[in-house]
Design a protein around this ligand. Sequence first.
Ligand code: ADP
Ligand code: 5GP
Length: 188
Amino acid sequence: MLIFTAPSGAGKTTIVRHLLNTFDFLDFSISVTTRERRPHEIEGKDYFFRSVEEFQHLIKTEKLAEWEEVYEGRFYGTLKSEVDRIWQSGRHSVFDIDVKGAANLQLQYPSNCKSTFIKPPSIDILIERLTNRKTESADSLEKRIKKAKIELCYESVFHQVLINDDLSAALKNAEKIAQSFIFGENHQ
Ligand code: ADP
Ligand code: 5GP
C-alpha cells in the first residue's frame, strides 16, 4: 500500500495520477465521498460520489477501512472492498487521503504500507496553488487553508516526506519512492 497524504493543494492528485499513468503495477484505491463532483471528475474513477445517508449506511455496515469528516459535512472514506479488489488483482494500491486517514491506515496495516507526506515549499505557495486550481468556493478555500496550516505540522508521523516544489523533480522522486517500495532500495 502506497499512501500519499498532504494538505489540500499540496499536489497529491497530480503526483498520484502521474504514478498511475507511469506504472501498471499500481492501482488507485477509489474513495467514497459526499462532496459534490467537480466538472472534470468521473464517478467510479476519481471517487464514488454518495449522499450522506448512503455514506452513513457504509459506516454502519462496516464497509469502510477508515473514514473522516475531512471538512464539515464532507465525508471521505476508504472502502474495504477497494483494498481487497486491488490485492486480489496482484497490483499495489495507491491512496490519496487526508492526514488523519493516512495515519489511521498506516496503523491498521503496519507491515504492508509506505506513507509519504507531500509537502509544499511554503504555506503561501500552497494557498496560491489552491486558489489557482479554481475548484473551491471562497468558504471552502478558507476551510482548506485553515486545515492545511494544522496538517503541515504532522509530517513526522509518516515514513517519508516528498517536497513538491519543482513539479518534474517531485514526479521523478515519487517514481523512485514507488519503485524502491515495490522492488527494493537498490532498484535502478
Ligand atoms: P491536492 O490533490 O493535494 O489537493 P493537486 O494535485 O490538485 O493537489 O494540486 C493543486 C494545484 O496545484 C493543481 O492545480 C495542480 O495543477 C497544481 N500543482 C501541483 N503541483 C505543482 C507544482 N509542483 N508546481 C506548480 N503547481 C502545481
Ligand atoms: P478533495 O475534496 O480535494 O478531493 O479531497 C479533500 C481531502 O480528502 C484530501 O486531503 C484527500 O486526500 C482526502 N481524501 C480523499 N479520499 C479520502 C479517504 O478515503 N479517506 C480520507 N480520510 N481522506 C480522503
